[in-house]
Design a protein. Structure first.
Length: 212
């Protein structure tokens, strides 16, 4: 089946056709840190925010309210090299999933994304897109794209990206599952996470998911 085209811009106000892990919500606007920028939808009235940087305690650690979903375990998305030439150890975050997606060789997947960080070094929160053949997402994806790293933004003295257009055109027919991930992470040379790897989360924004 294709992407849920009737809800590709999330205009029905629901997550119909998509699965979630962690905090994923539909919004009409979203503020970057300290109100530095207000994000509005690329099209229509709604877009998606993965994770919730507002739900923290005085030390910046996660503080979900009763009944909130548990943060998604993102440790399998640890990657190297990162912007520091080290390993970013992933901790937790949020995931949006679309299963049973079919993309023909003459089709292109499009979406718009933005990333906003709410943390500092040595944190390296990140946004990631991954595609898996079939319905199992525990193995290796056939395609990944690192969308953003906190460390890159920090070096540019920036707290967020603007909306960015993304496209993927598989060389062969694709039938499987798509994931969009935002994760707390930490850049390190040691094999175990330092304190702070799951401190204040960043947010990945998503809009206009479609095939053409």
């Amino acid at each position: 089946m294709p992407l849920p085209s009737a809800n590709s811009y999330f205009q029905d106000g629901t997550l119909q056709g998509f699965g979630t892990q962690g905090a994923v919500r539909i919004v009409q606007s979203f503020d970057a840190i300290h109100g530095a920028h207000r994000f509005e939808p690329v099209r229509g009235m709604n877009f998606i925010v993965l994770d919730d940087p507002a739900k923290i305690d005085g030390d910046g650690a996660r503080k979900p309210a009763p009944g909130d979903p548990k943060p998604a375990d993102t440790t399998r998305f640890t990657f190297t090299p990162d912007a520091d030439g080290r390993t970013t150890l992933a901790a937790d975050g949020a995931i949006l999933e679309c299963a049973n997606v079919s993309i023909q060789p003459n089709q292109t997947l499009w979406f718009h994304w933005a990333f906003t960080r709410f943390d500092w070094s040595p944190a390296n929160d990140f946004g990631l897109f991954a595609a898996y053949h079939g319905g199992h997402t525990g193995g290796s994806p056939i395609y990944t794209c690192l969308l953003a790293e906190s460390l890159q933004l920090e070096r540019q003295n920036r707290w967020f990206t603007e909306w960015q257009a993304f496209s993927w055109r598989p060389n062969t027919a694709f039938s499987g599952t798509l994931l969009w991930i935002v994760s707390n992470g930490i850049s390190t040379t040691i094999p175990t996470p330092r304190p702070g790897a799951n401190a204040r989360p960043s947010a990945l924004l998503l809009d206009c998911v479609e095939l053409s």
